[in-house]
Design a protein around this ligand. Structure first.
Ligand SMILES: [Zn+2]
Length: 398
């Protein structure tokens, strides 16, 4: 994993693209596809992030308590170039020139870590746990600092500088507690000035009541405002971190939120519904396309020059869009009514609304109920049949 050649990465991505889109232009963003099902993704492996996470998982192995010969060289190098008390925390900031003499394997890890682990938080326990050195939030002359005299005296985290009343410890107090010498006074002033104002205010505010949960002085990162110990950072964990860190809402969500004028749709339920009611991958994908607004019907196909009319294959009166085909079209409405009648003796098939026609009956208190699943299953099969049967008619107008 040290240096995967670019050509290999590109080849892997090409294979993915071939599989997902038959080699044509992707219709859903790469970032969206790599999300979990409940967030609108397909758990598609993000090749770059996978490689980064495998590479970065090396850090945990490096700092676990086992002794291995391979650790001698990297620990020596890290100490030499970044200091005795260096930690892989989540807000690293240092000049790349500092590590230019380190072999490329370790250099890449340091660079990746610096680039991909970043977390600003206003939670007091997270602020207090921050490692002081090479921290992007604690900068002097726009650069992360490392004052080795302080590090040697075990002043390494924000908590070391603050008293329990949330105020900065006085110089005299700090000096006595950590046995510092007077010539360190100026650097102490620099550190204190460099700590973000927002952190100081938060700590002061917090001291009046809320207890500080956990302060972590050991190796850790901060993830979604939670402290995660380094020994938990296996590659899978890092990968999930990278995938969810910059979580982009799928573009189609905005479209549907506007369409239904509803900002409180429970997307998790909407996305997982098709996975709950069928195991068939075609059926699941069909609904996935609808949810991502990429089920192409005559209206769009006409724009692409693929069919000769944008009109609905059934009524031939209106543009054929998802909304029209599954909801507005009289033919389709009529067909659903017939289905309702057909099942009438066994169970009640609900009326369709614009939203249920597109999403399914997700918003129901009977979500886990078997009949409910059957109804949703029927609706999905109904839509697939409507979709498939239109093929025979779509070229009817010449
Ligand atoms: Zn129609």
């Amino acid at each position: 994993m040290s240096n995967v050649p670019k050509s290999i990465i590109e080849q892997l991505k090409r294979i993915q693209n071939e599989f997902l889109w038959n080699g044509s232009n992707p219709k859903i963003k790469y970032n969206t596809l790599s999300l979990d099902f409940k967030n609108g993704g397909l758990k598609n492996v993000d090749v770059d992030k996978k490689i980064i996470s495998l590479r970065c998982s090396w850090v945990r192995k490096m700092y676990d308590n086992t002794c291995h010969d391979w650790k001698i060289i990297p620990s020596f190098l890290v100490k030499k170039y970044l200091g005795e008390n260096f930690q892989f925390h989540s807000n690293l900031h240092f000049r790349n020139s500092m590590i230019q003499n380190i072999p490329s394997f370790y250099k890449e890890i340091l660079k990746d870590w610096k680039q991909f682990f970043s977390s600003f938080t206003a939670i007091p326990s997270c602020i207090l746990s921050q490692h002081l050195w090479y921290n992007r939030f604690i900068k002097v002359d726009n650069l992360g600092i490392c004052f080795s005299k302080f590090a040697a005296r075990n002043v390494n985290n924000v908590i070391d500088l603050f008293a329990s009343n949330g105020k900065v410890k006085t110089w005299r107090l700090l000096k006595n507690e950590f046995d510092l010498s007077n010539d360190m006074y100026f650097q102490w002033m620099q550190i204190i000035n460099a700590i973000p104002k927002q952190w100081k205010e938060k700590l002061l505010e917090n001291a009046s009541g809320n207890p500080i949960n956990i302060v972590f002085k050991e190796h850790h990162i901060i993830k979604n405002s939670r402290i995660v110990s380094l020994n938990k950072l296996i590659s899978k964990e890092i990968y999930n971190y990278l995938i969810t860190e910059k979580f982009d809402k799928p573009t189609s969500q905005k479209y549907f939120e506007n369409l239904f004028n509803d900002q409180n749709l429970k997307w998790e339920l909407i996305y997982t519904l098709p996975r709950k009611i069928t195991k068939d991958s075609y059926t699941r994908n069909f609904q996935y396309k609808i949810l991502n607004n990429i089920l192409y019907l005559n209206k769009k196909l006409y724009l692409f020059g693929k069919v000769e009319t944008p009109l609905c294959s059934y009524c031939m009166l209106y543009d054929e869009s998802i909304i029209h085909l599954f909801w507005n079209c009289v033919y389709v409405k009529n067909l659903w009514q017939q289905l309702q009648l057909y099942f009438n003796d066994d169970f009640k098939l609900p009326d369709l609304t614009l939203q249920t026609a597109i999403f399914g009956f997700w918003n129901s208190k009977d979500y886990d109920n078997e009949i409910f699943q059957l109804i949703n299953h029927l609706l999905l099969i109904f839509k697939i049949n409507i979709y498939k049967a239109r093929d025979k008619k779509s070229y009817r107008i010449k």
